[in-house]
Design a protein around this ligand. Sequence first.
Ligand code: FMN
Length: 302
Amino acid sequence: MIVVFYYTQSGQALDVAKRICQPLAEAGTEVVWRPIIPQQTYPFPWNKYEFFDSFPETRLGMPPSGIQPLDFSGIEKAELVMIVGQSWFLSPSLPLQSFFENEQVKAYLEGKKVVFVNACRNMWLMTGRAVKAYLHEIKACQVGHIVLQDTAPNLISALTIVRWLLYGKKQSSWLLPAAGVRKADIEDASRFGDIIKIAIEKNDFQHLQPQLLAAGAIDYKPSILLLEKTGHRMFGHWAHFIRKRGGFRDPCRRTRVNLFFYYLLVVLFVVSPFAQLFFYLTYPLHCVGKHKREDCYIESNN
Ligand SMILES: Cc1cc2nc3c(=O)[nH]c(=O)nc-3n(C[C@H](O)[C@H](O)[C@H](O)COP(=O)(O)O)c2cc1C
């Protein structure tokens, strides 16, 4: 049996999970689906202010609510747990954070073998690290990490995702491609299910991540490394700065949230192309190989 806990707004993360699980289901493995439903709901498409107002708590790991009770009956003996979600502001999405902080979830996941699947734009490094840390603390055994991302260039995907998340327009137009993970990449995700199926059959999870990586489970883009690391640090300062004026949805912090929006615009469209150029000019200094090993491979928790 494999249990899939998932959160999705548009359905993208669920589509990915369904494709991954398809070979397992076809081979007769029972797949149990458990949606993660946060008590604090988030709109989709987003209203621009609420989108940016969700930033400080996301970055600081302070979800404003828990999740609705999950049904754990009949799933105690699961051979594998899959947790499926997305990055928000270089961190696990708020519903994922609420999930990991839930006491029943912690008790359930202890000792379980877990694969984390992230369906995001292209900035997943810090999310992967945060999820790894959550699972380590819970004493779950992470055996896999799969990232499906938008393959369009960084600035293009920034434009298309804004159009999608804020205005609900996912499809391509004459200027821009469709937003999100490409359909073909979602379809092809079933190959990861084939690999997971064999791992379950052989009860060998030690080699799962190297095999998933060999099948392209993570497309590691070194140039994003510097952007994400720097962005994550700067986001931390901004999040504290905004929260000094008030907590989640407090109107007193409106000016600071709006300032953050303008900061993000400048960073994305003005600073990031130069930062990428700088990265390549100073490539040897960034220990890319070491980071790649840390972010793509998994050390056993056992
Ligand atoms: C508030 C918010 C912040 C986001 N920040 C990031 C991010 O930092 N990195 C990234 O790769 N994608 C980011 N995304 C895109 C999501 O990871 C995801 O791809 C998209 O929201 C669709 O997911 P869904 O399955 O919930 O519909 C963000 C989305 C939202 C709503």
